[in-house]
Design a binder for this molecule. Structure first.
Ligand code: PHE
Length: 332
């Protein structure tokens, strides 16, 4: 048995193998243990002699195995340490930096233009009361925009806001005239195709004070467009909104074809970028403003449309597909 162990020990190269051998020899069902158990059957005279021999063998084997164990553990530890060595000369992998989404960048850019013109920046909740989203804005129960097909209703009294105009109401309930404010944010309508997504962004504007006129509206918005696109022709077309009177839609000359006609402007040479108008006296009344003393103008623009014009993007849905190949092109 001593010889067998000695030969085995020279062949063993891992801690695991050595542990197996230890069990095979010294374990509960091990070879030496068997021999020790067999001593029961020996005669009185034989027992002390064989017993002493067996103890000697056990001590020898135990010592040999323990010594080998220390040696192998040392080797394995050295190997582990050399495997784990960090090569500090390797170049780093780089974590990649995040960047602004083109909509966020456009929103910040537009907002800054108004901040420069003295406008306050406001915000309101995306879950809005039907009162603020519709009633206070003079939108009657029967108006088509209240239809389930356009509006996401949470319950009878709550909607996902369909425009940023309810922030006009919140702002006026909170502040007194004169003031000028803009409010960028997310809005929701149940719609989906090349030019509509169920969530999109608007920026509302509202300026109220004594003698605020349509001329002021035209001046501020024309100045704004020139700051966004450079000197560009604009036009105001009469329109209708329940919360402004008179109302208009503002077009800019197509920045892609310079008015000559192309796919983006559907060959008209013009692109509509916002709705606007003089705040309807009914809206002023709904927030207890004196419509005889103050007047104001309001506007609401689509951020996506302006971002598409600035960056020459022709499919609105590209903004929300989260395709990294698209998003990585914008290095703001
Ligand atoms: N709220 C209107 C819309 O969503 C835009 C608008 C805002 C028009 C303010 C006039 C004044 O289309």
């Amino acid at each position: 048995l001593k010889d067998e162990v000695a030969t085995n020990l020279t062949l063993i190269i891992s801690v695991k193998e050595l542990e197996d051998l230890k069990i095979e020899i010294l374990g509960k069902k091990g070879k030496l243990t068997d021999i020790m158990k067999g001593m029961r059957n020996l005669s009185k005279e034989e027992r002390p002699v064989i017993g002493q021999l067996a103890n000697e063998v056990r001590d020898f084997i135990t010592n040999e195995i323990d010594a080998k164990m220390i040696e192998l553990k040392g080797i394995e530890k050295l190997k582990r340490m050399s495997d784990e060595i960090i090569d500090i000369t390797l170049p780093g992998r780089g974590t990649g930096t995040g960047r602004l989404h083109p909509i966020t960048e456009t929103m910040d850019f537009l907002k800054d233009i108004f901040i420069e013109m003295g406008f306050d920046v406001a915000a309101g909740p995306e879950l809005e009361t039907t009162f603020n989203n519709f009633d206070a804005l003079n939108i009657p129960e029967t108006h088509s925009s209240r239809d389930l097909q356009d509006t996401f209703y949470i319950d009878n009294k709550t909607v996902l806001r369909t425009h940023t105009s309810p922030v006009q109401i919140r702002y006026m309930q909170d502040k007194t005239a004169p003031f000028r404010m803009v409010c960028p944010g997310k809005v929701y309508r149940s719609d989906y195709d090349v030019s509509h997504t169920p969530m999109f962004h608007q920026m509302e504007g509202l300026m109220v004070g004594e003698n605020i006129s349509f001329a002021n509206l035209k001046a501020i918005l024309t100045e704004f467009v020139n700051k966004v696109f450079g000197e560009t022709n604009v036009r105001f077309r009469p329109h209708f909104f329940p919360f402004t009177e008179p109302s208009a839609e503002m077009d800019v000359e197509c920045v892609i074809c310079k008015g000559k006609g192309c796919r983006l402007c559907k060959n008209t040479g013009w692109l509509e970028i916002m709705g606007c108008g003089m705040v309807d006296p009914e809206v002023l009344k709904s927030v207890d403003y004196d419509a005889d003393k103050v007047s104001g103008f309001a506007f609401g623009m689509g951020i996506e449309r302006i971002a598409m014009l600035r960056h020459g993007i022709d499919d609105l849905r590209a903004f929300y597909d989260n395709d990294m190949r698209f998003l990585k092109q914008f290095n703001f």
